[in-house]
Design a protein around this ligand. Structure first.
Ligand SMILES: Nc1nc2c(c(=O)[nH]1)N[C@H]1C(S)=C(S)[C@@H](COP(=O)(O)O)O[C@H]1N2
Ligand SMILES: [Mo]
Length: 311
């Protein structure tokens, strides 16, 4: 894969928000891990290199994918459907100023500037497998915080049963949004108990760095036991709702993409098997694991449900 010059990938706003991020970060003490190595000095722009991570594998012993793989092989249809083209088209995406509104069926709706959100919820590292519905996967060291912390603070009402997430709509910045085939903006949803699960995070960074635009800066969802498309990028709105939200993918192809989208090797996509996957960087395909290997932690959420019907 080609290397993108750091001069193209680190415009001033990213540099500034990264400095803010490094100051605000709490649980993960980047300073203690050697932030100087990231080139975080006044007249030096940070390079497109990974920052410090707590370990080199996931809990199963699978090695992390490289920073280059994670930042140059992306799905972000707002920019392009070409994975290798996202990073370039998104390089000037404005992630500051940025506000996130949390509302709907909550007692304490709020609109929060991203820098305040980062201060309020210190980021921690979570090393998760990401399994795309297309049949490839990666291991990614995310930085982020559990969504349940934010949900607790806005106090969901008793009739709130689902959480609905929405990506920024801005066709001037996101040329892919001129494609009329899709019902923009990108929308995703979770059942409230899925959203409250501790594995579910709002991610603010990866590899010890602030998120780059191609990975969903400045804030994206990560739900590691579901297909990657549930992990919605560049979120501007989070709403608690009573009815099951219709996601962009459900609207585009309802017989192919359901609401749950749990990783399941036993339920094929209508057009291909989901039994195996290609880990980016590996040659041989490997078996896909039920709930992407997180069954111990999440299977109880679906007790009694037919996973073929609720795909
Ligand atoms: N807004 C938005 N979010 C999105 C997508 C997208 O096209 N738009 N693609 C999804 C898909 S299909 C995948 S596999 C992951 C990819 O995340 P990554 O590029 O950070 O690896 O983002 C998901 N989130
Ligand atoms: Mo995906």
């Amino acid at each position: 894969m080609h290397k993108i010059p750091s001069s193209e990938i680190t415009p001033e706003h990213i540099y500034r928000s990264r400095r803010r991020f490094l100051r605000g970060i709490g649980a993960l003490t980047l300073a203690g891990l050697g932030v100087a190595a990231c080139g975080d000095t006044a007249n030096q722009t940070p390079a497109l290199t990974p920052g410090p991570v707590s370990r080199q594998t996931d809990e199963r012993g699978d090695p992390l994918n490289t920073y280059e793989q994670i930042t140059t092989y992306n799905n972000f249809y707002e920019f392009t459907t070409q994975k290798e083209g996202v990073a370039h088209l998104a390089r000037n995406f404005r992630t500051s100023p940025w506000t996130v509104s949390i509302g709907g069926l909550v007692h304490k709706p709020q609109t929060i500037a991203i820098e305040d959100l980062l201060k309020r919820y210190p980021s921690e590292e979570r090393i998760y497998r990401l399994r795309c519905v297309e049949g490839w996967s990666m291991v990614i060291p995310w930085l982020g915080f559990p969504l349940h912390k934010l949900l607790a603070d806005v106090e969901p009402m008793a009739n709130a049963r689902y959480v609905r997430f929405e990506t920024l709509y801005d066709p001037d910045q996101m040329p892919g949004q001129r494609d009329r085939w899709y019902a923009w903006p990108y929308v995703e949803g979770l059942r409230l108990d899925e959203a409250m699960h501790d594995l579910t995070i709002l991610s603010t960074g990866l590899y010890g760095n602030v998120l780059l635009p191609q990975n969903g800066a400045p804030l994206r969802l990560v739900v590691p036991w579901k297909y990657g498309f549930k992990s919605i990028k560049s979120i501007v709105a989070i709403d608690l709702v009573a009815e099951q939200p219709t996601s962009l993918w459900m609207a585009a192809a309802p017989h192919e993409y359901g609401f749950y989208a749990n990783v399941n090797p036993n339920v094929p996509h209508p057009r291909w098997s989901q039994a195996t996957e290609r880990r980016i960087g590996e040659f041989e395909r490997r078996p896909t694991l039920l709930f992407n290997g997180y069954a111990d932690q999440v299977a109880h959420l679906y007790a009694g449900m037919d996973l073929r019907v609720n795909y």
